[in-house]
Design a protein around this ligand. Structure first.
Ligand code: FES
Ligand SMILES: [Fe+2]
Length: 433
């Protein structure tokens, strides 16, 4: 985009979005630079790299990342790219290796990123190559939150804690339920989808509205009770600020009702109920009363869901994304529960899970309609619930109805703010942003 003020104009504060933001190549390039080049991005879980020299693949937008522990146990996030000509230095998804030898000409990098082997160093380079200058490219900052690993390319980005803000309070309901924290079960489930990445992020940030329509066939097919979704006054969407959003706040006498654990096997439901006292001891009564893990998006493209999973919406051009999903469980959960959770994850939100296929079909259509000559003249509408936000004692964030589009308005306005801001010191980081 040549006129950099336009992304502000493309997202209006009264809930209209120019659908150009879902298909325009120049806007996409600016997103890679301004959003994905500067925000904190999820790259994996510490349990994937528990031992020295363990590694696991990840992505920061389109860039392949090698998350690894060096031989001394320090965690790194490297660009998975040989510094010679750019070949990928590691093509495996995960494993343990003391070094990575490029399959093109054999440059070899240690797990701390140093270039430690150059074929022909004496005979061909005459010992004139300064190997210390040609190590792997490393993310500017790396940090963890209770087992989740995040990195950013921007050394001036705020701390991860500041970036998360109040979202961390809600994320604890997934990652801090039990002593020992969480771990990832098995490998990463991947899927390519011909839709703009923001449709996934927007949907998981607070789209309660689609549940009874999009997923109706799922409820019918599996003989599940159709929950009452619209106008439920015990449930709220929550906007913790900074473009993050979640759905699943429960207040009032119905909180901690096992029916909130919908779509779950009785093994999982019983497990959550049995571990409720530990949850309350760890996180306090107000959070324990939420009981269930929320469905959420942390800006820009990190999502979690009670299936249970964490997920990235990796952009692959304006009209394509690659979804990476990880099944995440309490380390302390018994085997029977872990297996039930794995099955629930695969059977609902895995690539073959019918729930996610419902969603995907809609996002593909929304993306392709944003391209057509007539269709693209009409804005997308995220106006629901403007002016009906509220607060609840002891719960951080702005609460909105069930359903509401407050979170989508927050997501897109944060997106436009970051798309325009020349640097982090021009991006609002206060409690109310
Ligand atoms: S591209 Fe890796 S050694 Fe040449
Ligand atoms: Fe959905």
């Amino acid at each position: 985009m040549t006129n950099k003020t336009s992304s502000i104009e493309l997202v209006s504060s009264n809930g209209l979005i120019d659908r150009k933001i879902f298909i325009d190549e120049d806007i996409y390039k600016q997103e890679l630079e301004q959003v994905f080049g500067r925000c904190w991005l999820f790259i994996g879980h510490e349990s994937q790299v528990a031992k020295p020299n363990d590694f696991a693949a990840g992505y920061m937008a389109e860039d392949p990342i090698l998350m690894c522990k060096d031989s001394k146990g320090k965690l790194h996030a490297f660009l998975n790219m040989c510094r010679h000509r750019g070949n990928r230095i590691c093509r495996a998804d995960a494993g343990n290796a003391p070094s990575f030898m490029c399959t093109y000409h054999g440059w070899t990098f240690a797990t701390d990123g140093k270039l430690v082997g150059v074929p022909g160093y004496k005979e061909a380079y005459f010992e004139e190559l300064d190997r210390s200058q040609w190590g792997l490219v490393e993310a500017a900052q790396l940090d963890t939150y209770k087992g989740l690993v995040f990195a950013t390319w921007d050394r001036k980005a705020p701390t991860l804690k500041a970036y998360m803000g109040d979202m961390a309070w809600w994320l604890d309901l997934l990652v801090d339920r039990r002593e020992g924290g969480t771990e990832v079960l098995g490998g990463v489930h991947k899927a390519i989808l011909h839709a703009n990445w923001k449709f996934g992020a927007d949907n998981f940030s607070g789209d309660v509205y689609h549940f009874p329509i999009t997923h109706a066939s799922n409820f019918v097919t599996y003989g599940r009770r159709m929950p009452v979704f619209l106008g439920d006054r015990t449930r709220y969407t929550v906007n913790p600020g900074k473009g993050h959003g979640l759905m699943g706040a429960y207040v009032g006498p119905e909180a901690v009702n096992p029916s909130h654990f919908v779509n779950k096997s009785s093994v999982i439901r019983d497990y959550y109920m049995q571990t409720m006292p530990e949850l309350e001891a760890r996180l306090g009564t107000i959070r324990a009363k939420q009981g269930a893990i929320s469905v959420a998006t942390m800006f820009p493209n990190f999502t979690w869901h009670p299936s249970p999973m964490v997920r990235n919406w990796h952009p692959r051009g304006p009209d394509k994304m690659e979804i990476w999903s990880y099944c995440i469980v309490d380390k302390a959960a018994p085997q029977e529960v872990r297996e039930a959770m794995r099955r629930n994850f695969v059977g609902s939100f895995g690539p073959s899970g019918p729930v996610e296929q419902d969603d995907m079909s809609n996002w593909v259509q929304c993306t392709s309609a944003s391209k057509t000559w007539m269709g693209k003249k009409f804005e997308a509408n995220v106006k629901m619930g403007i002016g009906h936000e509220t607060k609840h004692e002891g719960m951080p964030g702005v609460m909105s109805g069930w359903p509401s589009e407050t979170n989508q308005r927050s997501f897109y306005s944060r997106w436009s703010e970051i798309m325009e801001a020349p640097s982090w010191d021009k991006i609002q980081m206060g409690a109310n942003h």
